[in-house]
Design a protein around this ligand. Structure first.
Ligand SMILES: C[S@@+](CC[C@H](N)C(=O)[O-])C[C@H]1O[C@@H](n2cnc3c(N)ncnc32)[C@H](O)[C@@H]1O
Length: 279
């Protein structure tokens, strides 16, 4: 069998597309509509070239045999778009509503935990960390941590490295750029999150649909622009799990186009735009 020509795009039959999207649904809860077939074809093409294969039968056999290749498939099918201070009103909510409560908690020697679930390349947890350092003076020496998790180990490695371009950092105030990022030596346009910031964040690979190893509860869970890619059943299964993983008055923050559907029976009440407080 000839390997694919370098620029050729994979042509998937309907059955092949269904077989691949079924794996994405089973493994990651991803719902991939047929309108995204050409996107899937183009993303899978790169993987086929890497594996030097040219048909889906071979690919499905490899996926069957190698769990790490399934992770690669999930990695190429996930959408990783993110930005600093995305949906700024959520950070306003942190400052106005959450920080007054957790400030007292920290002062009493308590523990404060935030979770960025589906953190992608790290802009979300680092934005939370910047807000904490600015709004909770002394928190770096107190019991405050941010868990940043994602199913995709490649994007998680980028998040952990914390290296961004000047245009990535444009949403930050100039003083915050100077305080929390350092130019990477020898590079014109790379800036790395500094240790003050990175010390507040712990990165973990975690599939939201698998068991969660965390024992502790969280004051705020950010799960923004993640569940939009899940089918209804996978979304619905997450709400009670998030609720149980929150402090009694903790909050779950979703992305702008995400909602808890049956809120009256969810154990949450609305606390703002796409913000839900455990009730
Ligand atoms: C669009 S990004 C959102 C990033 C960030 N939360 C934000 O709003 O800017 C979606 C992230 O969800 C992750 N993801 C998708 N399915 C997941 C799953 N089943 N478990 C954990 N993370 C998942 C993807 O890898 C991707 O990095």
């Amino acid at each position: 069998m000839n390997a694919m020509a370098p620029s050729a795009a994979v042509e998937l039959s309907e059955a092949e597309f269904a077989a691949l999207t079924a794996i994405a649904a089973r493994e990651a809860g991803l719902e991939i509509p047929s309108a995204k077939k050409s996107l899937v074809q183009s993303r899978v093409s790169r993987r086929w070239r890497h594996l030097k294969i040219s048909n889906c039968k071979e690919y499905l056999a490899i996926l069957d045999e190698r769990p790490e290749e399934v992770r690669e498939l999930i990695s190429v099918l996930t959408t990783n778009v993110s930005s600093f201070y995305r949906e700024a009103h959520h950070f306003e909510f942190l400052r106005q509503k959450v920080f007054p409560v957790v400030r007292d908690k920290l002062a009493r020697g308590g523990r404060v935990r935030f979770w960025s679930a589906g953190c992608s390349s790290g802009q979300e947890p680092y934005s939370i960390a910047i807000e904490c350092l600015k709004g909770l003076p002394g928190c770096a020496a107190q019991d405050l941590l941010i868990l940043a998790s994602d199913i995709d180990p490649k994007i998680l490695a980028r998040a952990e490295a914390g290296v961004y371009t000047a245009s990535d950092l444009a949403a930050l105030e100039a003083e915050d750029r100077r305080s929390y990022f350092t130019a990477v030596p020898g590079s014109e346009d790379s800036f790395q999150a500094n240790d003050t910031l990175r010390k507040l964040v712990r990165f973990r690979e975690l599939n939201l649909h698998a068991p969660w190893p965390m024992k502790q509860t969280f004051d705020v869970i950010f799960c923004r622009n993640v569940v939009i890619y899940f089918d209804d059943a996978h979304q619905a299964a997450l709400w009670p799990r998030f609720r149980d993983q929150l402090e009694p008055d903790g909050c779950l923050i979703l992305g702008h186009s995400e909602r808890i559907q049956d809120i009256d029976n969810s154990g949450f009440r609305s606390a703002g735009v796409t913000i839900y407080q455990r009730s």
